[in-house]
Every structure is written in C-alpha cells, then in structure tokens.
Design a protein around this ligand. Structure first.
Ligand SMILES: Nc1ncnc2c1ncn2[C@@H]1O[C@H](COP(=O)(O)OP(=O)(O)OP(=O)(O)O)[C@@H](O)[C@H]1O
Ligand SMILES: [Mg+2]
Length: 265
C-alpha cells in the first residue's frame, strides 16, 4: 500500500524503539551468568515493568541499559544509537534505585540539582529547574529540608525529582517503592503515572509486586529464573488515566492472574 512521506514519518515515530536488546548476555568476571540471551524491544512512551524471581538479572539489565556495566554478548541500542558514548547516554537516561540514595548533608534542592552540576547553565537556571522537578513530585515546600527530616515516601519523591530534573527520555526505576508501606506505595504509583503521562517519557520499572506491575504498565515483561531471559511480555489493555477503581475490576484481576501464571515455571 502506498503511503505519503508524512504518514511514513508519523508511523516511524510511533514505533520508534527507545531500547533494543538482542541476544544480550552478561557473565560477571567471577563466572556468574546473570542474564542469558535477553531479547526485547521497547517503544517510545511505553511503561514497561519487569517481574521475575530474585536473582534472575533484572537489576543487571537496568545497569547495562544505563551504561553502569557492559554486556558480554549481544547488542543494546538506546535511543537509536549504540551504547557509547557514555556521556550522551547519561543525560538521556534517569535512574531511580530502591533506596533513595540522597546525600545526607545536602538539602532537598541541592540533592535534586546534582545531575545539573556539569551542565553549562547559570546557578539560577539550575535552581529553577530543580524547583520545578520538586513541584512535579509535590515537594515544593521542602526545598531547604535535609533528607533526614523527610519520611521514606518523601525521600523517594526527592529521588524521583532528581532523576527527572535532567528531563530524561528514558527513566529506569529499580524497585523504587519496595520499602514503602502499602498506602504510600499506592499514592506514589498514581503520582508516577501522572508524571509519566505529562512528561511523555518511556519508563522501565522493576517490581516484585504483580499488582503494582499491572496497575502501572502498558506491558509486563516476565523473566525466567537465573540466568534470566524475557519469557513473555504481556500487553496490559487497561485504559489510562488509571485510578484506584481499576484495581477492583475483573479485567485487572485477569491480567494479574495471567502474569502470575507466567511467573510459575
Ligand atoms: N557484581 C557482580 N558480580 C558477580 N555476580 C553478580 C554481580 N551482580 C549481580 N550478580 C549476580 O547476577 C545475578 C543477577 O543479579 P541481579 O541483581 O541482576 O538480580 P535481580 O533480578 O535484580 O534480583 P533481585 O530481585 O533480588 O533484586 C545473581 O545471580 C547475582 O548473584
Ligand atoms: Mg535487583
């Protein structure tokens, strides 16, 4: 079928892959095979969660995507280019870890300004951008606080603001809500979805919680036990914006059941 150039461009944009992993394996120097032959393409704008048994290599995959460690086999393309140069990648990829990893001696605002440190911007601009990121996570009144003066949920919000401040196209989140109580976890899930929809990023998310994975995601990737590979990637066809009521629907339970089945090898 003939299509115009404009139509082709739109199609290309819609299916552009932000991450392409093909035949990716990682063997650590001590011989540990962390992941073996991982294949997955992730399109722009997806919110994809990775679930899988402990030790199957989820964090290793994220570390390879962010450039913290190298893969030993296969290829990883990020945002249309091969992994290097590191510097180019770092500005486009944000990382949120399970613990909020804030510097205790720096204020909330100064923590969020960290990723801007080496950018050629005035201090005023950096402060404004950090303040905006904090507003996005609902913490604009806490700029001067120190991390120890915040609750666990608030620290995690600061950590998310710090990842967002450089406006990454790709946000990697490794069990960010694992240490939070259920109520805080659910309110942060809703906030994260709101941010994802407003910022038009691609989010890769690791969780052990199947309900969390289904609630948040456009797709859930299930990994096999160690050494992991992606066993299935299930579309979550629940409409956005999602609210708490979706958790009580049959459609939601059906998808949770399906992911749980895929997890039993
Ligand atoms: N630096 C390292 N050196 C050697 N082996 C490692 C290293 N880091 C991770 N591994 C091994 O790689 C495998 C995958 O680890 P990884 O941390 O990616 O798992 P995970 O899926 O994130 O687990 P969890 O759900 O418990 O966080 C494990 O067997 C682990 O022992
Ligand atoms: Mg991990």
């Amino acid at each position: 079928m003939n299509t115009t150039l404009a139509e082709d461009t739109v199609k290309q944009q819609a299916i552009e892959n932000v991450v392409r992993m093909s035949g990716v394996s990682k063997v650590f120097p001590n011989g540990n095979v962390a992941v073996d032959n991982v294949n997955i393409d992730i399109a722009e704008g997806e919110f994809i969660s990775f679930v899988g048994p402990s030790g199957c290599g989820k964090s290793t995959i994220f570390k390879m995507i962010s450039g913290l460690i190298d893969n030993t086999q296969g290829s990883i393309e990020i945002l249309g280019s091969q992994m290097n140069p590191m510097q180019q990648k770092r500005t486009n990829v944000g990382f949120v870890f399970q613990d909020s990893t804030l510097l205790p001696w720096r204020s909330v605002l100064e923590n969020v300004m960290l990723p801007l440190e080496f950018q050629k911007k005035s201090k005023k601009e950096k402060i404004e951008e950090a303040a905006q990121a904090l507003e996005l996570v609902g913490l604009k009144d806490y700029t001067k606080s120190l991390p120890r003066q915040l609750s666990g949920g608030m620290k995690m919000r600061v950590s998310i603001a710090r990842a967002l401040v450089a406006k990454p196209k790709l946000l990697l989140m490794d069990e960010p809500f694992g240490a939070l109580d259920e109520i805080t976890r659910q309110s942060l899930q809703s906030e994260l979805l709101r941010i994802w929809e407003s910022q038009k990023m691609t989010v890769l998310f690791i969780t052990h919680n199947v309900f969390e994975a289904v609630y948040l995601s456009t797709r859930v990737a299930v990994m096999t036990p160690s050494p992991g590979k992606v066993a299935s990637a299930l579309d979550v066809r629940l409409p956005f914006p999602r609210n708490d009521e979706v958790r009580t629907t049959h459609e939601f339970s059906d998808i949770v059941a399906q992911v749980s089945r895929d997890l039993k090898f």
